[in-house]
Design a protein around this ligand. Sequence first.
Ligand code: SF4
Ligand code: SF4
Length: 323
Amino acid sequence: MKKTKLGNTDIYVTPIGLGVLTIGNTQLDLPLEEGAEVVKYAYEKGIRLFDTAQYYETYPYMREAFRDIDLSLDNPDRPIIASKSLDHSYEEMEAAIHECLDALGIDRIDIFKMHEVRQEPDWSDRAGAWQCLIDYREKGIVGAIGVSTHHVDITEMMADVPECDIVFPLINYAGLGIRKGAGPGTAEEMEAAIRKCLDAGKGVFAMKAFGGGNLTGTYMKSLNYVRDLGCHSIIIGMGKKAEVDDIVRYAEGELPDDYQPETRDKIIHIDQGDCEACGACLSRCPNKAIFWNEKGLADVNYDICLTCGYCAPVCPVRAIIMW
Ligand code: SF4
Ligand code: SF4
């Protein structure tokens, strides 16, 4: 698979990256060997960018998948590993970087990011963690630093942050999950922010091209939209080898324009770590299939859920996903 230079960094990535979240315990919760096999298969099929996070608890899968591969700078064809942390302070971020290095059995990592930066004052509140990333890049322990975000304003702001190498924004043609300030943002607004980052030389890889699985029914349209924005890579969560085969064929230009993968076995999930209990999905569900669970968060009654997907677009924080 052809590689592209990631903005002004000296890192080269494939147009598709594997989002390792999917195999972990917040989604498919695959056994170690099975999950590692998916990661290894993606590498064997040519994918060279793998995005994970401290929060996903997926480092063991990656260590197992890459145990026979030289992950050092000496190997120009190594899998580029990107991780991230939700932490705020210098000390917490430092611990997160070391946890990652230890768990993967490496002494440097290509990319480490601030995970899910929200509208101000979140960025300012996390100044300690950001300084830690700057220092670790200086020491050569982290190759490139940046942020992941669902927010238009943060994406736009990062174009003007000189220390920021990488921006990992949420974008899809339907605008699902995009935030601006304290409210929703649009796909057009995020497109403009991404363009600003690309013009500023940032490395940009995009998340949620399928809107958390809700746009898989328009497979080619979803991928083509993000590809045509000029992002250097699109991170796709995959938990099956067949999904890897599809995406590799897409990247190689081998899929017909009307290609549509089988999606009948997918169901709606509400991520309990993301739900903010706003109630919008309860009002939207035509079949009253969403209820408040014992934690006071939204949950799905699968006995009556129609898998229509109507609830997902109204969720302001993209907590409703389909897999
Ligand atoms: S998928 Fe449809 S039926 Fe199921 S919870 Fe969402 S809106 Fe309700
Ligand atoms: S719309 Fe999203 S944030 Fe609001 S209650 Fe439903 S799942 Fe939670």
